[in-house]
Design a protein. Structure first.
Length: 369
């Protein structure tokens, strides 16, 4: 499958126009977000109908519940809350809402899914035991999930340390049992990464030991995805020249990612050894520079032997000294104590935020979540 030189030049220009006007990952994500806001239905407004907005409520008075809500409602409300563009991962996937029971309003969003294949800090921690043979591969897949969305509504997150509540709920035995029943798993490893890493030295997951522990930073040598109309136009243009880009490709990983990667490879090949090819490589390197190492965190749900279990050196998980801390009631109590200090400090200083913070078309929120 080969692109003609003139067609490759068109592709190279699309990449340059898309990436080279952006100087940081924050700017890239904000631009991506604003491009996607036009698809949000107007029926979701006013958001006060669904998102928690009673900021006079003390955290000790809150009734924390975990629920599954209709997928369209979950996706739309997340879209106006998060600064990130959130796509469902390939493979196992569950979406949950954290709800305040007295008001039945949403406090935060959780999406857990199958872990990515390569994660250097995890591989270092486990010694790559999960990839050495079919038994350990199956054990790892049946025992681990990744947090792809762990997002509080705002300003609940700011006023009440809502990000820590969302993260703590992910490590609860109750959520673990939901996954065990849905996918016939025996969950013992939860993992996630910070939204940012090398440019921001803190994360909502910091200060959560022993519930969640920091285990290192990821490798950042990848190209951010192109999304929306620019990607669709590029894909359609290339397929008008070469046909189905993934013809005969039966892999289960993201078709969009594989298509995007194949377009880059075809453009490189068509322009190889030319000044235009050198310029295209510079564009790709600039795009890679927009990414960064992320901070990697895990929870073992209080089990003391997850490495041996994942390596198939034992078939029995052993509850350690922190096991009981991962029951939802205990996690909520832990959060309420932290949230009380935060809430009362902000209130005494007159710094409580009292208006919902949501993304709408034409509105740029200076907050990352």
């Amino acid at each position: 499958m080969i692109l003609e030189r003139d067609d490759a030049l068109v592709c190279a220009k699309v990449f340059k126009d898309y990436f080279c006007g952006v100087t940081s990952i924050e700017e890239y994500m904000r631009d991506e977000k604003l491009r996607n806001l036009e698809d949000i239905p107007s029926s979701i407004f006013p958001p006060e109908d669904d998102l928690f907005s009673d900021f006079s409520m003390h955290p000790q008075d809150m009734d924390i519940q975990v629920k599954e809500i209709p997928n369209e409602q979950w996706e739309t409300l997340l879209a106006i809350t998060s600064s990130h563009i959130n796509k469902a991962p390939v493979g196992r996937n569950i979406q949950l809402a954290i709800v305040e029971g007295n008001t039945q309003k949403i406090l935060g969003f959780i999406r857990l899914g199958s872990p990515v294949i390569y994660m250097k800090p995890r591989n270092d921690m486990l010694g790559q035991v999960f990839s050495q043979n079919p038994d350990t591969t199956k054990r790892f897949n049946d025992s681990s999930m990744m947090g792809f969305v762990i997002v509080p509504s705002q300003p609940f997150g700011f006023n009440y340390l809502g990000g820590k509540l969302c993260a703590a709920v992910c490590t609860s035995h109750e959520v673990r049992e939901i996954l065990n029943k849905k996918y016939d798993m025996n969950m013992c490893l939860f993992e996630t990464t910070s939204l940012y890493g090398s440019t921001k030295g803190v994360s909502q997951y910091d200060g959560m030991k022993p519930l969640i522990r920091y285990k290192g930073t990821t490798v950042s040598d990848f190209i951010p995805m192109m999304n929306g109309k620019p990607y669709e136009d590029l894909k359609n243009f290339v397929e008008s020249k070469v046909g189905d880009i993934l013809e005969g490709d039966k892999k289960s990983t993201s078709r969009k990612l594989r298509t995007f990667t194949k377009i880059i490879a075809m453009t490189k090949a068509a322009l190889k050894g030319t000044p235009e090819g050198t310029a295209f490589l510079e564009t790709i390197e600039h795009a890679k520079g927009l990414t960064e190492q992320k901070r990697y965190y895990i929870s073992d749900y209080g089990y003391s032997n997850i490495v041996d279990y994942l390596a198939c050196r034992t078939d029995k998980l052993i509850a350690g000294e922190n096991y009981e801390k991962h029951h939802l009631a205990n996690l909520v109590e832990w959060w309420k104590n932290k949230a009380t200090n935060r809430y009362e400090t902000l209130k005494s200083e007159g710094r409580l935020r009292t208006e919902l913070e949501v993304w709408t078309s034409g509105k740029d929120i200076d907050i990352i979540r």
